[in-house]
Design a protein around this ligand. Sequence first.
Ligand code: FAD
Length: 364
Amino acid sequence: MAHRIHTLGMSLVLSMLMLGCQPATPEATEQRAEVASVRLSGTAYHSMAWQVSLAALPTDTSREQLQQRLQARLDAANTVLSTYQSDTELMRFNRASVGEWHAVSPMLLHALSRALQVSAQMTSFAQAADAYDVTVSPLVNLWGFGSTGKTTRVPTDADTARAKAQIGWQNVQLESKNERAQRLAPVTIDLSSVGEGAAVDALSSELQSLGVSDFLVSVAGTLKSRGNRADGSPWRVAIERPDGQGGIQQLVVLSDGSLSTSGSYRNYFERNGVRYSHTIDPRTGKPITHNGVSVTVISPVNNDATLADAWATALSVLSPELAIQTANKLGLAAYVVAKTADGFDASHSAAFTPYLPVQKSAQE
Ligand code: FAD
């Protein structure tokens, strides 16, 4: 069953890190500074903003040292996962011989296994099967949303069919125990749909290795929280309202959780009055055409941001109704925003209810 929230004139977009529950006013900024003693930020993958908020610095580590350490971890992730440069581990794997096992690093294994896990779980629901596919890049590139550059040309049906014939997540096999993977056909893996989550998981593990137990980490629209803020209160995050004003669409209480938002309205091009977004339905070979605007997922397992990131993209491919049905069937915490004639309509799965502060306020 879908729980509906009508939000006239607002829609949900990429998650915005907020350390308090106030809108972004100077006053609120001061309050936020109090509850997070340390805030660090930078750029991941040459394209995404990252932020880390800590209740306190780890022992014997300066702010500058921590900043450098976290940035180095993200730069290392880029050399594993990127398809924007030819010398990464992923690109080497994409060029490696087909039908043979190849050793893969823990980071590549982590990202790939989460993506394949989501594809496999979606097969349990006929209408969702094959909607999420980590080998979709020939179609992503054809439609101008990949590393090969932008286009405003709508591909022909023949071009689309040719690219569609080159994909298939079932052609990627993993053996986690032996840290190896193989392609059964010459498919190309692109981890753009899980890159934010992998970066968040990497930053969190770096912080935990330094003994930090209270933090909030975000990379673009994906984030993870642990412990509490400096004043002992739980971390709260806000899902941004996409009106350009930086307002709040929905507050979420997130203690020890990972949350990821995928949206189809930011990365798109228009041709002859039709909007083509970067979310591709591998079954049609074309960008999605339903009225879903964005999907937010809170991680179903072990606070894993990569998994939340994969699910957010996977459910974005489905219509809002089907996304909620799938989330309810699989026990996922999902929040979906759809465009309507007079505004936006938000709904959520049953598992998302505990994260809404609305309920908490009603009890208080
Ligand atoms: P999400 O909603 O999380 O995922 C959407 C993306 O997933 C699409 O853009 C597409 O690539 C893919 N996708 C679409 N449909 C499906 C589907 N059905 N199943 C599975 N996947 C699908 N950008 C730059 O401009 N320059 C860079 O140098 C650069 N380097 C990067 C390096 C890494 C390691 C990563 C992960 C990303 C990098 N990017 C770079 C950004 C990248 O191109 C994407 O824009 C970004 O990852 C999309 O994230 P998102 O949250 O907007 O989309």
